[in-house]
Design a protein around this ligand. Structure first.
Ligand SMILES: Cc1ncc(COP(=O)(O)O)c(C=O)c1O
Length: 463
């Protein structure tokens, strides 16, 4: 094993990923040993035995054949086997808007079917709000379909600037910078600020974009046990440098639990570490004014850098960073995922501005979301499901081993339910789960039907 492989292995088996509103589920990262030069060469696969039950995705990610593309042949056979068993249920195109009941193409019946949708991040239903659509259409007619330039040239529009000001205002920070995606916001900020020898201290369940940003910077990555201030303190105590940033998420995207911010913030202050907080799934949902989990716990002033995304409760696309004015100015001309990528489309910015205005005047969607969230927590628990430590609209339903996930995933899909069906690289193959996204627009009937389907499938496939 190479020394870098050994080093990465010692980082523990992280799975870091997140899925969701991506076209299929996988969003987060991978195990550290699979990335950044730490991959281990392994013996050749046997092309005559690429059965699903004998392999897992991680093996293909880590495989180093003689030829760079060799892996594709093995992976092809593996996936064909999954398809023949109807286990591969990812990437089926929706043919309607991402609302609680959708239509989507089903490769197994070669038809468009009706599904109950618990897998979109359209938590507050803003992606289909008539006033938002009208605003987007108006802007689209005036500005055209895209920004068609990088932001430092002509990709920056009046509404992008207005959106940055509005986000800074909303987040109670001095300034904000809008990125094309949430992924590129984390990537750009961390890779810009950290240098080799600096330390990124990450909760083990951090999103892939956080890992990838730190990795791209060449920083040392230290991991602390999920949401454990005690372990965080142990890690910080052992560091020799002051150039340290601790990264946590307000709501963890695969588990739905909340960062223990009050204690984490105290420890970071004690050791002089900076804090980056990713509020991707918390913005518009937590805190009296919807600013996120930092507002919920009353620690906003202690957060150095806030990250957010417009792809969840905003129902749009894009990401942002909010921080002090001087830092934002530096990032604007230095964060490479910002300066070397086409800017957010003006109509997207206009739609998000409209959502901020609607949200400021009417919190009824959020109230409905919380009613639904509490209802689902209770209903799933009453049905005997293990929903982990979730405190939010992100609800994992724990499954366990991967083969059970495939069986349950196939069944719920056939019964007409869409959820995240989550395994590596989002989570470890031993902690697989279904991941439900509860939305304000789900009716009681939708939720009851979802729980009934889950219960049936789980009963059909006992542990
Ligand atoms: C915690 C977290 N951060 C960042 C992102 C990336 O956001 P986006 O999908 O807008 O790129 C996600 C997306 O799932 C996420 O869950």
């Amino acid at each position: 094993m190479t020394s870098s492989a050994k080093k990465n292995e010692s980082l523990t088996s992280v799975h870091l990923f997140s899925i969701v509103s991506t076209p299929f589920l996988i969003t987060h990262a991978f195990s550290n040993s699979s990335c950044g030069g730490g991959a281990m060469a392994r013996e050749k696969f046997d092309i005559t035995n690429m059965k699903l039950e004998d392999h897992n995705h991680q093996e293909f990610i880590e495989y180093q054949g003689d030829d760079l593309f060799e892996v594709k042949n093995y992976f092809w056979e593996y996936l064909e086997d999954a398809i023949s068993k109807k286990y591969y249920i990812y990437g089926n195109p929706l043919t309607t808007a991402p609302v609680p009941e959708v239509k989507a193409y089903d490769r197994y019946t070669d038809s468009v079917r009706h599904y109950l949708n618990f897998s979109s991040y359209n938590y507050l239903g803003y992606s289909v709000h008539p006033e938002v659509i009208e605003e987007v259409q108006k802007t689209l007619a005036k500005y055209g379909t895209g920004a068609v330039s990088a932001p430092l040239f002509s990709g920056y529009y009046d509404m992008t600037r207005t959106l940055e000001e509005a986000i800074a205002d909303f987040k109670k920070k001095e300034a904000a910078l809008v990125f094309p995606t949430g992924y590129s916001a984390n990537l750009g900020v961390l890779s810009c600020l950290l240098k080799p020898g600096d330390v990124a201290v990450l909760d083990i369940l951090s999103h892939a974009s956080i890992y990838d940003g730190a990795r791209l910077a060449g920083a040392d990555i230290k991991i602390f046990h999920h949401n454990s201030p005690r372990h965080l303190e142990r890690v910080l105590k052992g560091l020799k440098t002051k150039r340290v940033i601790v990264c946590v998420e307000g709501v963890y995207s695969m588990d739905g639990d909340l960062a223990d911010l009050p204690r984490i913030v105290d420890i970071c202050r004690k050791y002089g570490a900076k804090i980056l907080l990713d509020e991707a799934h918390a913005t518009l949902i937590f805190g009296e004014n919807g600013r996120g989990v930092a507002e919920h716990f009353g620690v906003e002033d202690d957060i150095d850098i806030t990250i957010g995304t417009f792809s969840k409760a905003f129902g749009a696309m894009g990401g942002f960073v909010a921080a002090d004015r001087k830092l934002i100015r530096f990032l604007r001309v230095s964060a490479r995922s910002y300066i070397f990528s086409c800017a957010m489309a003006p109509h997207t910015a206009a739609g998000i501005l409209k959502i901020l205005a609607l949200y400021a005047n009417d919190k009824s969607r959020r109230i409905r979301l919380w009613e639904n969230t509490h209802y689902m927590h209770q209903a799933l628990t009453d049905a005997g499901m293990d929903i982990g430590e979730t405190k939010s609209q992100v609800i994992p339903v724990m499954v366990g081993a991967e083969m059970r996930l495939w069986e349950i995933g196939r069944r719920i899909y056939e019964k007409g339910l869409l959820t995240g069906v989550v395994t590596y690289p989002a989570v470890s193959t031993k902690r697989t789960r279904l991941r439900l996204s509860v939305c304000a627009d789900h009716t009681k009937e939708n939720m009851d039907a979802c729980v009934a389907i889950l219960k049936e499938a789980f009963d059909e496939v006992p542990v």
